[in-house]
Every structure is written in C-alpha cells, then in structure tokens.
Ligand binder design. Structure first.
Ligand code: UDP
Ligand code: MN
Length: 258
C-alpha cells in the first residue's frame, strides 16, 4: 500500500519551504513517501535539491489540459495556485495522501493521519466551521480531480483561494462526521501565537504541525546563524517556531544550496 505526503511549490521561495518541510518529516522518521509538485518556474538548483529530498518530484503544467472546464478555469487568474493545488488528486499511484502546505513544519510524527478518510482537516482558527486547507487527508482520484475542476470553473472560490473552493466542495465537513475533524494540533496556524497565547502555552508539547499561514513566510526573514537570531520583532512563540524552521534550514538545506 503506497501512501505519501504531498506538497506544492510554484516558486523558489515556496520550494525552500518544501525542502524544510521534507526535512522535518524525515527528522520525525516518517515511513511514508514524500512527493512534491512543482511548476517550471522553480530553478534547476532548487529542483535538484527537491529531487534529493523527495521520493517524487512532479512537474505540473497548468496549461496541459484543454477541456472546457480547464479552459474556463484559466479565465480565472485569481485561482491560479488553487488550480495547481488541485493536481494533488491526480496522484493515483498513491492510495491515500496527506497534503501539507509548503509553509508547514512538522514537529512530531503525523503518520497516524493515514488512518483518516477523505476529507479530514483541522478547523480554521478564523472560522472554525471551515477547515484550514493547509493540512488535509485525501484519496487521489482522477475522477474527483475532474469534478473539482468542473466545480471550480462553475462556482469559483468564496475566498479566492483553495480553502474556499475545497470547503464548498467538501461542504459536509462541518457537521457530518467528527472523525474527519483533525485536532487543531495538526495545523496550528501562526495567528494563534498572537490570538490565544495561553492555549499555545497549555498545549505546546502536543503541537505536531506548525503552519506559517499569512503574509510573512519564514524564508523571507534574515537569520543570523551565529547568534541564532532572526530579523524583525516577533512574539515569543512565533520566534521559537520560526527559529526551529531556520535551524533545520541552516543544518539540512543551506549546505546544499551553494
Ligand atoms: N503556493 C505556491 N506558490 C505560491 C503560493 C502558494 O506554491 O505562489 C502553494 C504552497 O504550497 C503554499 C500553498 O500553496 O504553502 C498555500 O499558499 P500559502 O501557504 O501562501 O497560503 P496561506 O497558508 O498563507 O493562506
Ligand atoms: Mn500555508
């Protein structure tokens, strides 16, 4: 039975994120395959590094398919990356997958996620009846992929991104089956480090995945490896996790980039 963690990187910045994510999964000794989808905007250097870290690097081309739904979707440039993310359903060489945004960092093993069914995800901190689409369990299926593309071209996304689209498609998530609700500790988004510090304190040791959702991504910061410090001013938990990301980056990714 083949199962994989899947991520996506359409730029060199997100590719750095994917590399650290891949290394974080290796650090917790995952027994699953690692797969990354990229576009041809990713440079050769980063692509070579991704090939060394991931079992499979798949180049997806948004213009590949010429059917009506695809063409309609291309008229919605706001859905560009969303459309690319949907390609994860094509990976039928795997029976089950866990999609992780490239801005996620795994702190403890999450291989138990493969016991869950499609579509399992954690509640979004901003609107808990909506799941956050940075971490989700799904079953690859070209049939589902085609349905999603058709749905996207007809309905679009209420928030302009993949989260709005996937929540509308898997709209029973909120109420149908509690086993499809992952604990929040599987997708702790960085806004929590400001909005609910006592809870982060209380559940710190349970956190399995930190998700640097939002406009500032770890790879955009400047790290001083000698002093182990970061540029900018961050709340203490955010700094702790950003430093973890950078330490892994500096030890496992950086040496192969020069
Ligand atoms: N992504 C990408 N290129 C982009 C934007 C997004 O490859 O230009 C991928 C990447 O895997 C990223 C995910 O899509 O983690 C979702 O975007 P992002 O994490 O920026 O959204 P947020 O979690 O901040 O809402
Ligand atoms: Mn994200």
């Amino acid at each position: 039975m083949s199962e994989a963690f899947v991520t996506l990187a359409t730029t060199d910045g997100y590719a750095l994120g994917a590399l650290v994510l891949g290394q974080s999964l290796k650090a917790v000794k995952t027994e699953r395959k690692l797969c990354v989808m990229i576009t041809d905007h990713v440079s050769d250097l980063l692509k070579r590094n991704l090939e060394a870290t991931f079992d499979e690097v798949i180049v997806v081309n948004v213009l590949d398919s010429k059917d009506t739904a695809h063409l309609k979707l291309l008229e919605r440039p706001e859905l560009g990356v969303t459309f690319t993310k949907l390609h994860c359903w094509i990976l039928e060489q795997y029976q089950k997958c866990v999609f992780l945004d490239a801005d996620c960092l795994v702190l403890q093993s999450v291989d138990d996620l493969f016991e869950r069914e499609e579509l399992s995800a954690s509640p979004d901190a901003g609107w808990p009846d909506i799941f956050n689409s940075g971490v989700f369990v799904y079953k690859p299926s070209k049939d589902t992929y085609e349905k999603l593309v058709k749905f996207a071209s007809e309905q679009g996304s209420f928030d302009g991104g993949d989260q709005g689209l996937l929540n509308k498609y898997f709209s029973s998530w909120a109420r149908a089956d509690i086993s499809r609700h992952l604990p929040f500790t599987y997708n702790v988004t960085s806004n929590t480090f400001y909005s609910y510090v006592p809870a982060v304190n209380q559940f710190r040791s349970d956190i399995r995945i930190v998700h640097f959702a939002g406009t500032v991504k770890p790879w955009q910061l400047t790290y001083d490896p000698q002093a182990k410090q970061l540029s900018g001013c961050y709340q203490s938990f955010e700094r702790e996790f950003l430093l973890k990301w950078w330490e892994l980056m500096y030890e496992t990714v950086w040496p192969n980039l020069s």
